[in-house]
Design a protein around this ligand. Sequence first.
Ligand code: N01
Length: 551
Amino acid sequence: MPDASTLSGAADKASLDVAIVGGGLAGLYAIYRLRGMGLRVRAFEAGSGIGGTWFWNRYPGARCDVESLEYSYSFSEDLQQAWKWPERYGTQPEILRYINHVADRFDLRRHVQLNTRVKSALFDADANEWTLRTDKGDVVRARFCVMAAGNLSTPRVPDFKGLQDFRGKWYHSGLWPHEGVDFSGLRVGVIGTGSSGIQMIPIIARQAKHLHVFQRTANFSLPARNAPMEPERERRHKAEYAARRRAAHDTPFAIAGHPKPTRSALEVAPDERKAAYEAKWQEGGSISFLYAYTDLLVNKDANDTASEFVREKIRSIVKDPRTAELLAPKDHPIGTKRLCLDTEYYETYNRDNVTLVDVRSDPIRDITPSGLRTEGGAAFELDAIVFATGFDAMTGALREIDIRTSAGASLADHWAGGPLTYLGLMVAGFPNMFIVTGPGSPGVKTQMIASIEQHTDWIANCLDHMRRQGLDRVEATPEAEADWVQHVNAVADSTLYPLANSWYLGANIPGKPRVFMPYVGGFDRYKRRCDAVVADGYEGFRLTRQAALVA
Ligand code: N01
């Protein structure tokens, strides 16, 4: 039988029960949960501090677009009662402070090895063990791996010619200098108008001498209506915290408190519909808006009513009609790309020192020593360039690690045509390697921390089951993986999501296979499926005992 308290059966110091890749919200919860089972764990984190996304994305205005009372861990009632969020939406510094508080409160820090990037992971089938190698020369053996490397953690600067000769300074939103950047008096160019660009543009505009925004695709954004936390709201929320967290598990986005819609947008009279959208616009927040009617994400005609409402808002806010028309998205239905939340984004284009440049009709040709130039020959003189150009999402972080097995499989090859997983949790042919909120999981379409906790609890329960049964290998079957991938695609195809060229589809990375990666069937449906799989004896997984290996 395996050792009673560990799953490795080995006692040497270089060997772990579980090696965790990543020291963000997922990696820290995995430490907490798995250490709590008496397992020997260590997390490897490339950054010089913990926090993942919230450690790296320090650009001006970085803030969560899920309300702070929701976007927090639920595993400790004491923690959720004690922590005070000062605003409706947490800023990056506040969220990082919270994460550090959690690490200290639960003594997690000593299990994280910072400044260490995992470069490769090899599964030896005979030894039934993973060997991880890091850029610091560590060789770490572990029975299990938990990949908690993040979905938006591989920043991407487009391959523009001439960047190395640019005389000014340049930045990427996801690699922001810790000391901050003062744009006062500078001519600044921001490339990209996704969530990151939309948050930083109003703030940079207030500092810069002149700001040029280079927009390839207009994005829908709604007012966040951020505000100081109302004491009464906080009190009420905290009084029913546990019940709210449970209720969130029965919703598609893992967020409670938004009444489930009951009617199609096409069932109601135009005036009534407009009034409903107006109320949501005034309330602020994206879930509430997309939850106005049952069919905004599945019926194009229904969606058109909401898309047009927001386009009209943009036209009413932005004074210059040409700029307003450029800012009004027409190439994708609202909500099929991540719906942004902003504070005075559209208003910013009414400033004299802000110019919107359409790089869809006239793309950027190259970066010059003094700025950038478009294909049409327009030249822009810039002192600083900010790339808000996004990430190699969902698969980038795992593809950067050379993941192989002794049977000759490599994850890069297995995923050459797009990511394949079973439940987003495991990959067939890669035993004892779990993924937290990876492709095939609903993670990025939900309140992320709820998904992190649900996935990690599932993994912990699986390991506990194996330990009690004397098992030491778990793998997804190829059939279960194929069925799940087909299901993920079928669900996506029954929605409007595939109509947008989004990072959900890998469309932002030239050459990346165009495969819809997140599961959009909803957190509630996904969790029920995960629970049913367990109830059916881990259906679709093979759990075995490599008996000869166990001392
Ligand atoms: O990245 P994005 P992001 N030339 O990929 C443009 C989360 N997040 O960092 O659409 C010109 O959304 C690109 O144009 P196009 C959230 O999940 C959350 O903003 O490809 N432009 C697009 O406009 C979000 O969805 C929060 O045509 C180029 C932009 O760059 C995800 O992270 C805050 C270009 C990239 O947008 C990613 O958001 C921030 C080129 N060559 C992020 N290449 C909150 O919680 C790319 N672009 C609020």
